[in-house]
Each structure stands twice: as C-alpha cells, then as structure tokens.
Design a protein around this ligand. Structure first.
Ligand SMILES: O=C([O-])CC(=O)C(=O)O
Ligand SMILES: [Mg+2]
Length: 211
C-alpha cells in the first residue's frame, strides 16, 4: 500500500461518521439495565421493606436470625428494593410452571426460582414478568438467566437473576413447586420472608421481621 493510499485510509477511518444504527446501539447500551445505575422509579420511596429498612440495617438488628444469600445476582428489574413472602419453584430450562404461578394473585409475593444455575435458556421474559407484576407479585429471584432484559429493566418489578440469554425455555410444565430450594448458603422455604436490595438477598424463614 502506498503512503498516499495509507493516509487516505487513515483519514477515512478517522472521519468515518457512525451509522445511525451504531449510534442507536451506543445509546441503547448506555441505558441497558446492567450498566444503568439510575432506575426509572423513585427508589427511595420503594424501600426494601414497608418499614423503610435496607438489608444492611436489617442485618445490624437481626444478624442472629436472618440468613444472607451469597449468590451474586444481577439486578435486572426496574425495581431493586423489594420484600415479601416467598413461594418457591424448582425447574430446569422449562418455565411453564413458574408462568402459571405468576398468574395467581399475590400480596407482594416473591417467587424464588431454582433453575439450578443452568444458563442455557431464559426462565423469564417481559411477558411473564408483567404477569407477575399485574397479579401483585413484587418480584422474583432466579437462579438462572432471563431474556427481554431491556423491557424488564423498565418494569416496576424486582428481578434478581444470574444473567441473560435470548434462548427460550421449554413449556412442558416440568418442575416442582412449594419445595425447599437451596443456593448461596440459604434454604428458601415457602412462607419465609425475603428482603432484596442493591446489597443482596436476606431470608427469614419465620416470616416478616418485627420493627
Ligand atoms: O416466552 C418465554 O419463555 C419468555 C418470554 O419471552 C416472555 O415472558 O416474554
Ligand atoms: Mg418475550
């Protein structure tokens, strides 16, 4: 390549105007929930529990009785601080059972989904998350991936999950519900209380903690 041609190539690279698609992708990435620090809801008004306690405050007062889950989840829902009674489900690469559970009415319930840490298929997408939100659930903690993460990141619904994968799960209904599930050093049992925020996930098997 001659010097002039090289200069021309460099000039072209330097002055290349990004296409509209790459500008859009760049702006989209800035707002991706994994990178976004500021969620669309007033998080200070949506405290971890109804008494306005953060998980760290709860540990300061109840260290002897609460358990902290060591699994390092990503906060992929639009709501980061949420608490409520636990319902459990165990399923692997199949989300029909959890979808049907999230269509039952709930009073701020949290569905703890043990997907075995399998990252092959997404256990939740925006339609399933919206069903949960619309039926009164406050969120889900998922030992597995989700998809439609952009839409879920805009939703007033708590989702802690291991990551993302656009592949969808099977829909046979395989799995078990209301069974104890264990991960991150905690055994989650139905009816226990879960507290989630930016710092992690706490569990109290005997129900809501006193003031
Ligand atoms: O269909 C699925 O498995 C999950 C999904 O995309 C959704 O809930 O929107
Ligand atoms: Mg979807």
């Amino acid at each position: 390549m001659g010097v002039e041609m090289m200069n021309a190539t460099l000039f072209h690279e330097k002055n290349r105007v990004p296409s509209r698609i790459s500008i859009k992708a760049f702006i989209g990435a800035l707002f991706h929930p994994i990178l976004r620090k500021n969620h669309p809801f007033e998080q200070d008004e949506l405290m971890t529990d109804k008494l306005g306690r953060a998980t760290a405050d709860i540990v300061d007062d109840f260290q002897e009785v609460v358990e902290s889950c060591q699994t390092q989840f990503l906060d992929l829902g639009g709501r980061v601080r949420f608490s409520g009674p636990v319902t459990t489900v165990k399923c692997r690469n199949d989300n029909a059972l959890l979808k049907s559970i999230l269509q039952e009415e709930s009073d701020c319930g949290i569905l703890v989904i043990d997907g075995g840490g399998n990252m092959e298929t997404a256990l939740m997408g925006d339609l399933i998350a919206a069903m949960g939100r619309d039926h009164g659930w406050s969120g889900a903690v998922i030992l597995g991936p989700i998809r439609d993460s952009r839409a879920i990141g805009e939703m007033d619904f708590g989702v802690k999950a291991l990551g993302t994968n656009p592949m969808k799960s099977a829909k046979t209904g395989a799995g078990e519900r209301d069974v104890p599930v264990t991960f991150g050093g905690v055994t989650f049992t139905p009816g226990g209380w879960l507290y989630a925020d930016e710092d992690g996930v706490l569990f109290h098997a005997k129900g809501p903690l006193p003031a």
